[in-house]
Design a protein around this ligand. Structure first.
Ligand SMILES: Nc1ncnc2c1ncn2[C@@H]1O[C@H](COP(=O)(O)OP(=O)(O)O)[C@@H](O)[C@H]1O
Ligand SMILES: [Mg+2]
Length: 172
């Protein structure tokens, strides 16, 4: 089962709103893989997501600390794999314990974790748009656990699930 929805955003606030829209779809054991180049807006999207789950502290990039854990509901572990060179290092982060313990794991440079989690995950691809501040965001649900949530996914991007579409996302 795969379903995909796409959107474009014109401001960081709109990208945070996409993150906030994804937040209520997430539950214990979910993995979100964020894919896209430096500056695409991965951390910005996580800011909106964590805030929507009740996070009160500011979300910063875990590039040098590898992982930040937020006491949200469900708890979010925010990982940045940019500096990791080997899959074994991803394994060593013991993300499985977070997932089994009811947490959600969100991974920047998520392509590095695809061999482990790519079959059952929400994959969010961020890329450049036509202007400096425009970003394209494609959200793809993979795996059986996402079948029942596909409708919610389409609402996030304002596009039809299963049929790639494009929608400008409004302010707020
Ligand atoms: N539409 C947009 N969505 C997200 N970020 C944007 C947008 N327009 C401009 N920006 C800027 O792009 C940068 C994105 O940075 P960040 O979220 O840290 O990216 P990444 O984590 O992918 O490296 C920020 O400086 C942000 O202000
Ligand atoms: Mg980042």
């Amino acid at each position: 089962m795969e379903s995909q929805a796409t959107a474009s955003t014109a401001t960081p606030a709109q990208t945070r709103a996409i993150g906030a829209g994804i937040a209520p779809l997430l539950g214990a054991g979910d993995v979100v893989l964020l894919v896209g180049p430096l500056g695409a807006g991965k951390t910005t999207l996580v800011q909106g997501l964590v805030a929507a789950l009740g996070g009160r502290e500011p979300v910063t990039s875990p590039t040098f600390t590898l992982a930040h854990r937020y006491p949200t509901s469900p708890p979010v572990t925010h990982v940045d794999l940019w500096r990791l060179g080997h899959l074994q290092e991803v394994v060593d982060l013991a993300l499985e314990e977070e997932l089994d313990g009811g947490g959600v794991v969100i991974v920047e440079w998520g392509e590095a974790a695809e061999p482990l989690y790519g079959a059952d995950a929400l994959v969010v691809r961020l890329g450049w748009g036509r202007t400096d501040d425009e970003r394209t965001i494609a959200v793809e649900a993979r795996g059986a656990s996402w079948i029942s949530r596909a409708a919610g996914l389409s609402a996030v991007a304002g596009a039809g699930a299963g049929t790639p579409g494009e929608a400008a996302v409004g302010e707020g």
